[in-house]
Design a protein. Structure first.
Length: 254
């Protein structure tokens, strides 16, 4: 069993950088719940854990395993409170087929910037049975450690793709493409389909102009009571939850 060298700690810390993650085709996950979930789905190149955790998991498959003290784990970890185990996993390679939008409900993210928001949206997609998220090329990296932690394991079941969003939407033909806008129609009064694409926009600027022109079903999340002065907008992850819940509610009643 390997020890945790200074070089290994330096390598783990380097995975905060997108450039290194991309070159190595790996990502970092920490904590018993998240690591346990991901071990079932992705090849593990390196795992460092306390003796207590390793004793509970004797059948771990990893390229390299290091038994570490809590102090060593703290030096390697990117978290404020390290939790028993961290692991370096191989990034999966997914092929994006526009046909998935005709067959299921999918999400698209237009330049979402906050790692926590992306992670929460992946977690929501996992909860609502949405298997594909299509991201613009300027959306934050799904393998950012903060994003991975925020998915709470959802990254194991939700496939996240990066592509030119306008080109992808153009390839969909007559598929329903939804987006939320202040001048959209009240989503609670609209028939929402069980398949199609729901586009969510950037935290500060919403959906970009080029993508907006390609959306054929504009929705609005009404505040309550309507007309009352309120916050300017919802957080993008919260808005995603509200919209997905209504799509799934309508699908359940059909």
């Amino acid at each position: 069993m390997a020890s945790l060298s200074k070089n290994k700690i330096k390598y783990i810390h380097s995975l905060e950088q997108k450039k290194i993650r991309r070159e190595e085709r790996v990502f970092l996950a920490e904590g018993p719940k998240l690591t346990g979930d991901l071990l079932e789905h992705f090849p593990c190149r390196f795992l460092a854990a306390t003796s207590v955790w390793l004793q509970k998991h004797p059948d771990i498959h990893a390229g390299e395993i290091a038994e570490v003290s809590q102090e060593e784990l703290s030096r390697a970890s990117l978290l404020k409170t390290p939790q028993q185990v961290l692991a370096v996993f191989e990034q999966p390679h997914y092929i994006l087929n526009p046909e998935v939008v005709h067959q299921s409900l999918c999400l698209a993210l237009d330049d979402v910037q906050d790692p926590g928001n992306l992670g929460t949206i992946i977690r929501l997609a996992d909860w609502f049975g949405i298997e594909h998220i299509i991201c613009s090329q300027n959306t934050v990296d799904v393998y950012n450690p903060k994003t991975v932690q925020a998915t709470m394991g959802g990254i194991a079941r939700v496939k996240v793709h990066y592509t030119s969003l306008p080109d992808f939407i153009r390839s969909l033909g007559d598929a329903p493409v939804f987006g939320t806008f202040l001048d959209g129609k009240n989503m609670y009064e609209q028939p929402l389909s069980a398949t199609g694409l729901i586009v969510m926009g950037n935290e500060g600027n919403g959906i970009g102009k080029e993508v907006e022109t390609l959306i054929n079903r504009k929705l609005y999340i009404p505040n309550y009571p309507q007309g009352q002065e309120t916050s300017e907008s919802l957080n993008v992850a919260i808005a995603t939850a509200v919209i997905c819940a209504e799509f799934r509610r309508q699908a359940a009643w059909k």
